[in-house]
Write a protein that binds this ligand. Structure first.
Ligand code: PMP
Length: 418
Protein backbone atom coordinates (compact mmCIF):
# COMPACT_ATOMS: atom_id res chain seq x y z
CA UNK A 1 0.00 0.00 0.00
CA UNK A 2 1.59 3.25 -1.10
CA UNK A 3 -1.19 5.75 -1.36
CA UNK A 4 -2.89 7.42 1.56
CA UNK A 5 -6.28 6.04 2.51
CA UNK A 6 -7.79 8.78 4.65
CA UNK A 7 -9.09 12.21 3.73
CA UNK A 8 -6.59 13.87 6.05
CA UNK A 9 -7.50 17.47 5.20
CA UNK A 10 -11.10 16.80 6.18
CA UNK A 11 -9.98 15.00 9.35
CA UNK A 12 -7.65 17.86 10.34
CA UNK A 13 -10.56 20.30 10.27
CA UNK A 14 -12.19 18.29 13.08
CA UNK A 15 -9.26 18.92 15.49
CA UNK A 16 -9.31 22.50 16.85
CA UNK A 17 -5.83 22.22 18.41
CA UNK A 18 -4.26 21.71 14.98
CA UNK A 19 -5.13 25.33 14.19
CA UNK A 20 -2.72 26.61 16.83
CA UNK A 21 0.95 27.35 16.35
CA UNK A 22 4.08 26.14 18.10
CA UNK A 23 6.72 28.85 18.46
CA UNK A 24 5.22 30.86 15.61
CA UNK A 25 4.98 27.93 13.17
CA UNK A 26 2.09 25.64 12.36
CA UNK A 27 1.89 22.93 15.03
CA UNK A 28 3.19 19.56 13.85
CA UNK A 29 2.03 17.10 16.48
CA UNK A 30 4.07 13.88 16.32
CA UNK A 31 3.69 12.70 19.92
CA UNK A 32 0.63 10.52 19.47
CA UNK A 33 2.09 7.50 21.26
CA UNK A 34 2.04 9.65 24.42
CA UNK A 35 -1.48 10.93 23.87
CA UNK A 36 -3.63 11.78 20.86
CA UNK A 37 -5.43 15.02 20.12
CA UNK A 38 -9.25 15.23 20.41
CA UNK A 39 -11.77 15.94 17.67
CA UNK A 40 -14.53 18.47 18.20
CA UNK A 41 -17.16 15.73 18.68
CA UNK A 42 -15.30 14.43 21.74
CA UNK A 43 -14.84 17.91 23.22
CA UNK A 44 -18.52 18.64 22.55
CA UNK A 45 -19.55 15.38 24.23
CA UNK A 46 -17.68 16.38 27.41
CA UNK A 47 -19.41 19.76 27.43
CA UNK A 48 -22.77 18.15 26.63
CA UNK A 49 -22.49 15.87 29.67
CA UNK A 50 -21.81 18.74 32.05
CA UNK A 51 -24.37 21.07 30.50
CA UNK A 52 -27.26 18.67 29.95
CA UNK A 53 -27.17 15.41 31.98
CA UNK A 54 -24.55 15.68 34.75
CA UNK A 55 -25.53 13.22 37.51
CA UNK A 56 -24.05 10.29 39.37
CA UNK A 57 -24.77 6.90 37.83
CA UNK A 58 -26.45 3.69 38.99
CA UNK A 59 -27.81 5.39 42.12
CA UNK A 60 -30.35 8.05 41.38
CA UNK A 61 -33.93 7.42 40.37
CA UNK A 62 -34.30 10.83 38.75
CA UNK A 63 -34.23 11.47 35.02
CA UNK A 64 -30.71 12.91 34.88
CA UNK A 65 -29.24 9.93 36.72
CA UNK A 66 -31.08 7.56 34.42
CA UNK A 67 -29.79 9.35 31.34
CA UNK A 68 -26.19 9.45 32.63
CA UNK A 69 -26.37 5.75 33.54
CA UNK A 70 -27.76 4.84 30.14
CA UNK A 71 -25.06 6.80 28.28
CA UNK A 72 -22.30 5.33 30.47
CA UNK A 73 -23.54 1.78 29.94
CA UNK A 74 -24.06 2.36 26.20
CA UNK A 75 -20.37 3.23 25.99
CA UNK A 76 -19.50 -0.06 27.66
CA UNK A 77 -21.43 -1.87 24.90
CA UNK A 78 -19.69 0.26 22.26
CA UNK A 79 -16.26 -0.64 23.68
CA UNK A 80 -17.22 -4.33 23.66
CA UNK A 81 -18.26 -4.04 19.99
CA UNK A 82 -15.10 -2.10 19.09
CA UNK A 83 -12.79 -4.90 20.30
CA UNK A 84 -15.05 -7.86 19.48
CA UNK A 85 -15.76 -8.77 23.11
CA UNK A 86 -18.66 -11.20 23.63
CA UNK A 87 -20.53 -8.75 25.86
CA UNK A 88 -20.39 -5.57 27.97
CA UNK A 89 -19.91 -7.60 31.17
CA UNK A 90 -16.32 -8.27 29.98
CA UNK A 91 -15.49 -4.54 29.96
CA UNK A 92 -14.28 -2.81 33.13
CA UNK A 93 -13.69 0.95 33.09
CA UNK A 94 -10.52 2.08 34.86
CA UNK A 95 -8.43 5.26 34.75
CA UNK A 96 -5.89 4.04 32.17
CA UNK A 97 -3.90 1.06 30.87
CA UNK A 98 -1.68 1.22 33.93
CA UNK A 99 -4.61 0.81 36.31
CA UNK A 100 -6.07 -2.00 34.18
CA UNK A 101 -2.82 -3.97 34.45
CA UNK A 102 -2.53 -3.25 38.18
CA UNK A 103 -6.09 -4.49 38.58
CA UNK A 104 -5.19 -7.86 37.03
CA UNK A 105 -1.90 -8.06 38.95
CA UNK A 106 -3.70 -7.55 42.25
CA UNK A 107 -7.10 -9.15 41.73
CA UNK A 108 -5.91 -12.16 39.70
CA UNK A 109 -2.20 -12.34 40.57
CA UNK A 110 -2.42 -12.34 44.35
CA UNK A 111 -5.00 -15.12 44.28
CA UNK A 112 -3.43 -17.32 41.61
CA UNK A 113 0.34 -16.98 41.91
CA UNK A 114 2.73 -18.56 44.38
CA UNK A 115 6.37 -19.57 44.83
CA UNK A 116 7.73 -21.39 41.77
CA UNK A 117 5.13 -19.91 39.40
CA UNK A 118 6.41 -17.83 36.51
CA UNK A 119 5.22 -14.70 34.70
CA UNK A 120 6.64 -14.25 31.20
CA UNK A 121 7.14 -10.67 29.98
CA UNK A 122 9.46 -9.14 27.38
CA UNK A 123 12.32 -6.65 27.46
CA UNK A 124 10.30 -4.22 25.32
CA UNK A 125 7.51 -3.74 27.90
CA UNK A 126 6.42 -0.32 29.13
CA UNK A 127 7.00 0.22 32.86
CA UNK A 128 3.27 -0.21 33.38
CA UNK A 129 3.57 -3.84 32.23
CA UNK A 130 6.72 -4.45 34.27
CA UNK A 131 6.41 -2.78 37.67
CA UNK A 132 2.99 -4.21 38.70
CA UNK A 133 4.41 -7.71 38.08
CA UNK A 134 7.51 -6.88 40.11
CA UNK A 135 5.20 -5.97 43.03
CA UNK A 136 3.24 -9.19 42.65
CA UNK A 137 6.32 -11.36 42.20
CA UNK A 138 7.70 -9.96 45.43
CA UNK A 139 4.39 -10.49 47.25
CA UNK A 140 3.77 -14.04 46.02
CA UNK A 141 7.21 -15.52 45.40
CA UNK A 142 6.52 -15.89 41.67
CA UNK A 143 9.42 -15.44 39.25
CA UNK A 144 9.66 -13.03 36.28
CA UNK A 145 11.12 -14.20 32.94
CA UNK A 146 11.78 -11.84 30.02
CA UNK A 147 11.74 -12.62 26.31
CA UNK A 148 14.63 -10.89 24.52
CA UNK A 149 14.60 -9.14 21.11
CA UNK A 150 16.70 -9.44 17.98
CA UNK A 151 18.73 -6.66 16.31
CA UNK A 152 15.59 -5.24 14.66
CA UNK A 153 13.58 -5.19 17.87
CA UNK A 154 11.45 -8.27 17.18
CA UNK A 155 10.72 -10.83 19.89
CA UNK A 156 13.06 -13.83 19.75
CA UNK A 157 10.71 -16.70 19.02
CA UNK A 158 13.20 -19.20 20.47
CA UNK A 159 12.95 -17.32 23.76
CA UNK A 160 9.15 -17.35 23.59
CA UNK A 161 9.21 -21.15 23.13
CA UNK A 162 11.85 -21.66 25.80
CA UNK A 163 10.44 -19.39 28.49
CA UNK A 164 6.75 -20.30 28.28
CA UNK A 165 6.69 -23.63 30.10
CA UNK A 166 4.94 -25.76 32.70
CA UNK A 167 5.54 -23.20 35.44
CA UNK A 168 4.22 -20.25 33.45
CA UNK A 169 0.92 -18.95 34.85
CA UNK A 170 0.72 -15.76 32.84
CA UNK A 171 2.24 -14.23 29.73
CA UNK A 172 1.91 -10.42 29.77
CA UNK A 173 3.00 -8.87 26.49
CA UNK A 174 2.59 -5.69 24.51
CA UNK A 175 0.87 -5.98 21.14
CA UNK A 176 2.73 -2.95 19.81
CA UNK A 177 5.88 -1.45 21.30
CA UNK A 178 5.66 2.26 22.09
CA UNK A 179 9.35 2.64 21.20
CA UNK A 180 10.26 0.12 18.51
CA UNK A 181 6.83 0.11 16.90
CA UNK A 182 7.13 -3.68 16.67
CA UNK A 183 3.81 -5.49 16.30
CA UNK A 184 4.06 -8.76 18.21
CA UNK A 185 2.43 -12.04 17.13
CA UNK A 186 0.02 -12.08 20.05
CA UNK A 187 -2.24 -14.80 18.64
CA UNK A 188 0.66 -17.26 18.23
CA UNK A 189 1.90 -16.40 21.72
CA UNK A 190 -1.60 -16.96 23.12
CA UNK A 191 -1.85 -20.35 21.38
CA UNK A 192 1.46 -21.44 22.86
CA UNK A 193 0.64 -20.07 26.32
CA UNK A 194 -2.74 -21.80 26.37
CA UNK A 195 -1.21 -25.12 25.25
CA UNK A 196 1.09 -24.83 28.23
CA UNK A 197 -1.69 -23.88 30.66
CA UNK A 198 -0.94 -20.16 31.03
CA UNK A 199 -3.20 -17.11 30.64
CA UNK A 200 -2.36 -14.16 28.39
CA UNK A 201 -2.61 -10.44 29.13
CA UNK A 202 -2.18 -8.06 26.20
CA UNK A 203 -0.96 -4.50 26.73
CA UNK A 204 -2.95 -2.93 23.91
CA UNK A 205 -2.24 0.72 24.78
CA UNK A 206 -0.67 1.25 21.35
CA UNK A 207 -2.53 -1.38 19.33
CA UNK A 208 -6.23 -0.73 19.94
CA UNK A 209 -5.86 2.92 18.82
CA UNK A 210 -4.01 1.95 15.63
CA UNK A 211 -4.95 -1.56 14.49
CA UNK A 212 -8.17 -3.51 14.05
CA UNK A 213 -8.18 -5.58 17.27
CA UNK A 214 -10.58 -8.43 18.03
CA UNK A 215 -10.09 -10.03 21.43
CA UNK A 216 -11.73 -13.27 20.31
CA UNK A 217 -9.42 -13.53 17.27
CA UNK A 218 -6.43 -12.83 19.53
CA UNK A 219 -7.81 -15.36 22.02
CA UNK A 220 -6.37 -13.33 24.89
CA UNK A 221 -7.62 -13.56 28.48
CA UNK A 222 -7.02 -9.94 29.47
CA UNK A 223 -6.46 -6.83 27.35
CA UNK A 224 -5.74 -3.29 28.56
CA UNK A 225 -5.86 0.09 26.81
CA UNK A 226 -6.47 3.84 27.36
CA UNK A 227 -9.05 6.15 25.78
CA UNK A 228 -6.66 9.12 25.66
CA UNK A 229 -4.44 7.52 23.00
CA UNK A 230 -7.42 6.98 20.70
CA UNK A 231 -9.00 10.44 20.45
CA UNK A 232 -10.82 10.07 23.78
CA UNK A 233 -10.44 11.96 27.06
CA UNK A 234 -7.76 11.36 29.67
CA UNK A 235 -8.74 9.44 32.79
CA UNK A 236 -10.55 6.56 31.07
CA UNK A 237 -9.00 3.12 30.68
CA UNK A 238 -10.40 -0.25 29.71
CA UNK A 239 -9.78 -3.72 31.00
CA UNK A 240 -11.25 -6.51 28.88
CA UNK A 241 -11.30 -9.91 30.59
CA UNK A 242 -13.09 -13.18 29.97
CA UNK A 243 -16.24 -13.17 32.08
CA UNK A 244 -15.39 -16.31 34.06
CA UNK A 245 -12.03 -14.82 35.04
CA UNK A 246 -13.66 -11.61 36.26
CA UNK A 247 -16.19 -13.66 38.21
CA UNK A 248 -13.48 -15.72 39.90
CA UNK A 249 -11.31 -12.70 40.77
CA UNK A 250 -11.58 -10.81 44.05
CA UNK A 251 -12.26 -7.06 43.86
CA UNK A 252 -9.30 -4.71 43.51
CA UNK A 253 -10.63 -1.54 45.17
CA UNK A 254 -13.32 -1.48 47.86
CA UNK A 255 -16.03 1.15 48.31
CA UNK A 256 -19.33 2.26 46.88
CA UNK A 257 -20.77 0.73 43.68
CA UNK A 258 -18.75 -2.49 43.84
CA UNK A 259 -20.79 -4.04 46.67
CA UNK A 260 -24.09 -5.91 46.94
CA UNK A 261 -24.52 -5.88 50.70
CA UNK A 262 -22.34 -4.36 53.40
CA UNK A 263 -22.32 -5.11 57.12
CA UNK A 264 -19.95 -3.57 59.62
CA UNK A 265 -17.55 -6.49 59.46
CA UNK A 266 -17.99 -7.84 55.93
CA UNK A 267 -19.46 -7.29 52.49
CA UNK A 268 -20.55 -9.16 49.38
CA UNK A 269 -19.80 -8.04 45.84
CA UNK A 270 -21.79 -6.65 42.98
CA UNK A 271 -21.95 -8.56 39.67
CA UNK A 272 -19.21 -8.15 37.07
CA UNK A 273 -18.11 -5.74 35.74
CA UNK A 274 -19.34 -3.33 38.46
CA UNK A 275 -17.51 -5.40 41.13
CA UNK A 276 -14.35 -3.72 39.80
CA UNK A 277 -15.64 -0.15 39.56
CA UNK A 278 -15.50 1.22 43.11
CA UNK A 279 -16.49 4.85 43.63
CA UNK A 280 -17.73 7.46 41.17
CA UNK A 281 -16.05 6.84 37.82
CA UNK A 282 -15.06 9.36 35.14
CA UNK A 283 -18.63 9.58 33.84
CA UNK A 284 -18.00 12.53 31.52
CA UNK A 285 -14.87 10.88 30.14
CA UNK A 286 -16.56 7.54 29.50
CA UNK A 287 -19.54 9.19 27.78
CA UNK A 288 -17.22 11.26 25.58
CA UNK A 289 -15.12 8.17 24.80
CA UNK A 290 -18.20 6.93 22.98
CA UNK A 291 -17.81 9.82 20.50
CA UNK A 292 -14.13 8.90 19.96
CA UNK A 293 -15.05 5.29 19.23
CA UNK A 294 -17.73 6.45 16.81
CA UNK A 295 -15.24 8.73 15.06
CA UNK A 296 -12.69 5.92 14.61
CA UNK A 297 -15.39 3.49 13.50
CA UNK A 298 -16.49 5.93 10.84
CA UNK A 299 -12.92 6.23 9.53
CA UNK A 300 -12.54 2.44 9.71
CA UNK A 301 -9.70 0.82 11.63
CA UNK A 302 -8.34 -0.82 8.46
CA UNK A 303 -7.97 2.66 6.96
CA UNK A 304 -6.41 4.00 10.18
CA UNK A 305 -3.87 1.18 10.03
CA UNK A 306 -3.17 1.81 6.34
CA UNK A 307 -2.57 5.52 7.00
CA UNK A 308 -0.14 4.75 9.87
CA UNK A 309 1.65 2.29 7.62
CA UNK A 310 1.88 4.87 4.84
CA UNK A 311 3.42 7.43 7.22
CA UNK A 312 5.73 4.85 8.85
CA UNK A 313 7.04 3.82 5.41
CA UNK A 314 7.59 7.45 4.38
CA UNK A 315 9.23 8.31 7.72
CA UNK A 316 11.61 5.33 7.53
CA UNK A 317 12.54 6.26 3.98
CA UNK A 318 13.20 9.90 4.86
CA UNK A 319 15.10 9.22 8.09
CA UNK A 320 17.31 6.57 6.46
CA UNK A 321 18.50 9.24 4.01
CA UNK A 322 19.84 11.51 6.77
CA UNK A 323 23.43 10.72 7.62
CA UNK A 324 24.09 10.03 11.29
CA UNK A 325 20.49 9.01 12.05
CA UNK A 326 19.89 5.58 13.62
CA UNK A 327 16.33 4.25 13.55
CA UNK A 328 15.29 1.54 16.02
CA UNK A 329 12.84 -1.27 15.38
CA UNK A 330 11.89 -3.39 12.35
CA UNK A 331 13.08 -2.21 8.94
CA UNK A 332 9.92 -3.57 7.33
CA UNK A 333 7.14 -0.99 7.89
CA UNK A 334 4.52 -3.77 7.74
CA UNK A 335 6.03 -5.23 10.91
CA UNK A 336 5.50 -2.04 12.87
CA UNK A 337 3.05 0.69 13.76
CA UNK A 338 3.32 4.44 13.24
CA UNK A 339 6.01 4.88 15.88
CA UNK A 340 9.57 5.70 14.88
CA UNK A 341 12.29 6.03 17.53
CA UNK A 342 15.63 7.38 16.41
CA UNK A 343 18.87 9.00 17.47
CA UNK A 344 21.10 11.53 15.77
CA UNK A 345 24.81 10.86 16.11
CA UNK A 346 26.52 12.91 18.83
CA UNK A 347 23.36 14.86 19.72
CA UNK A 348 21.39 14.07 22.86
CA UNK A 349 17.74 13.28 22.01
CA UNK A 350 16.58 16.02 24.39
CA UNK A 351 18.53 18.51 22.25
CA UNK A 352 16.96 17.07 19.09
CA UNK A 353 13.54 17.45 20.75
CA UNK A 354 14.25 21.04 21.79
CA UNK A 355 15.35 22.10 18.31
CA UNK A 356 12.31 20.40 16.78
CA UNK A 357 10.06 22.14 19.30
CA UNK A 358 11.51 25.45 18.09
CA UNK A 359 10.34 24.43 14.60
CA UNK A 360 6.83 23.74 15.90
CA UNK A 361 7.38 19.97 15.76
CA UNK A 362 6.30 18.10 18.92
CA UNK A 363 8.05 14.78 19.42
CA UNK A 364 9.03 12.91 22.55
CA UNK A 365 12.58 12.41 23.80
CA UNK A 366 13.57 10.24 26.74
CA UNK A 367 13.26 6.63 27.87
CA UNK A 368 9.54 6.45 27.00
CA UNK A 369 8.84 4.55 30.25
CA UNK A 370 10.97 1.71 28.86
CA UNK A 371 14.23 1.95 30.80
CA UNK A 372 15.07 -1.77 30.48
CA UNK A 373 14.61 -1.51 26.70
CA UNK A 374 16.91 1.53 26.60
CA UNK A 375 19.53 -0.58 28.37
CA UNK A 376 18.97 -3.42 25.90
CA UNK A 377 19.43 -1.00 22.97
CA UNK A 378 22.48 0.40 24.74
CA UNK A 379 21.24 4.00 24.66
CA UNK A 380 20.30 6.42 27.42
CA UNK A 381 17.30 7.72 25.54
CA UNK A 382 15.85 8.17 22.05
CA UNK A 383 13.83 10.70 20.13
CA UNK A 384 10.45 9.39 18.97
CA UNK A 385 7.98 10.55 16.34
CA UNK A 386 4.57 8.89 16.39
CA UNK A 387 1.68 9.38 14.00
CA UNK A 388 -2.08 9.34 13.88
CA UNK A 389 -5.00 9.97 11.57
CA UNK A 390 -4.39 13.72 11.15
CA UNK A 391 -0.68 13.58 10.27
CA UNK A 392 0.61 14.24 6.76
CA UNK A 393 3.78 13.60 4.73
CA UNK A 394 4.37 17.36 4.71
CA UNK A 395 4.70 17.08 8.50
CA UNK A 396 7.36 14.40 7.99
CA UNK A 397 9.23 16.95 5.86
CA UNK A 398 9.04 19.39 8.78
CA UNK A 399 10.48 16.65 11.02
CA UNK A 400 13.37 16.10 8.61
CA UNK A 401 14.01 19.84 8.36
CA UNK A 402 14.14 20.09 12.16
CA UNK A 403 16.60 17.19 12.40
CA UNK A 404 18.84 18.81 9.78
CA UNK A 405 18.69 22.07 11.76
CA UNK A 406 19.69 20.22 14.95
CA UNK A 407 22.64 18.69 13.09
CA UNK A 408 23.75 22.11 11.84
CA UNK A 409 23.43 23.64 15.29
CA UNK A 410 25.15 20.95 17.31
CA UNK A 411 27.79 19.97 14.82
CA UNK A 412 28.87 23.53 14.01
CA UNK A 413 32.59 23.84 14.58
CA UNK A 414 33.42 25.98 17.57
CA UNK A 415 35.74 28.83 16.58
CA UNK A 416 37.72 30.67 19.18
CA UNK A 417 38.70 34.25 18.49
CA UNK A 418 42.17 35.36 19.33
N1 PMP B 1 1.73 0.46 27.60
C1 PMP B 1 2.18 1.04 26.49
C2 PMP B 1 2.73 0.18 25.39
C3 PMP B 1 2.12 2.43 26.37
O1 PMP B 1 2.58 3.01 25.26
C4 PMP B 1 1.58 3.19 27.43
C5 PMP B 1 1.52 4.71 27.34
N2 PMP B 1 2.71 5.31 26.92
C6 PMP B 1 1.11 2.53 28.56
C7 PMP B 1 1.20 1.16 28.61
C8 PMP B 1 0.53 3.25 29.72
O2 PMP B 1 -0.62 3.94 29.36
P1 PMP B 1 -1.31 4.93 30.41
O3 PMP B 1 -0.28 5.96 30.76
O4 PMP B 1 -2.47 5.48 29.68
O5 PMP B 1 -1.68 4.10 31.60
Amino acid sequence: MNADTLDVERIRADFPILRREGHGRPLVYLDNAATSQKPEVVIDALVEYYTTYNANIHRGIHALAEEATARYEETRQKVADFIGAPGPECIVFTRNTTESINLVANAWGRKNLGPGDEIVLSVMEHHSNLVPWQFIARATGARLRHVDIDGEGRLLWDDVERLIGERTKLVAITQMSNVLGTINPVRQIADLAHQRGALVLVDAAQSVPHLPVDVQDLDCDFLAFSAHKMLGPTGVGVLYARRELLEAMDPFLGGGEMIRRVRLEEATWNDVPWKFEAGTPNIAGVCAFSAALGYLQELGMEQVRAHDLYLAREALRRLSQISGVTVYGPKDPEARGGVVAFNVEDIHPHDVGTVLDGHGVAIRAGHHCCQPLMGRLDVVATARASFYVYNTVEELDALVEGIEAAKRLFRAPVHTRT
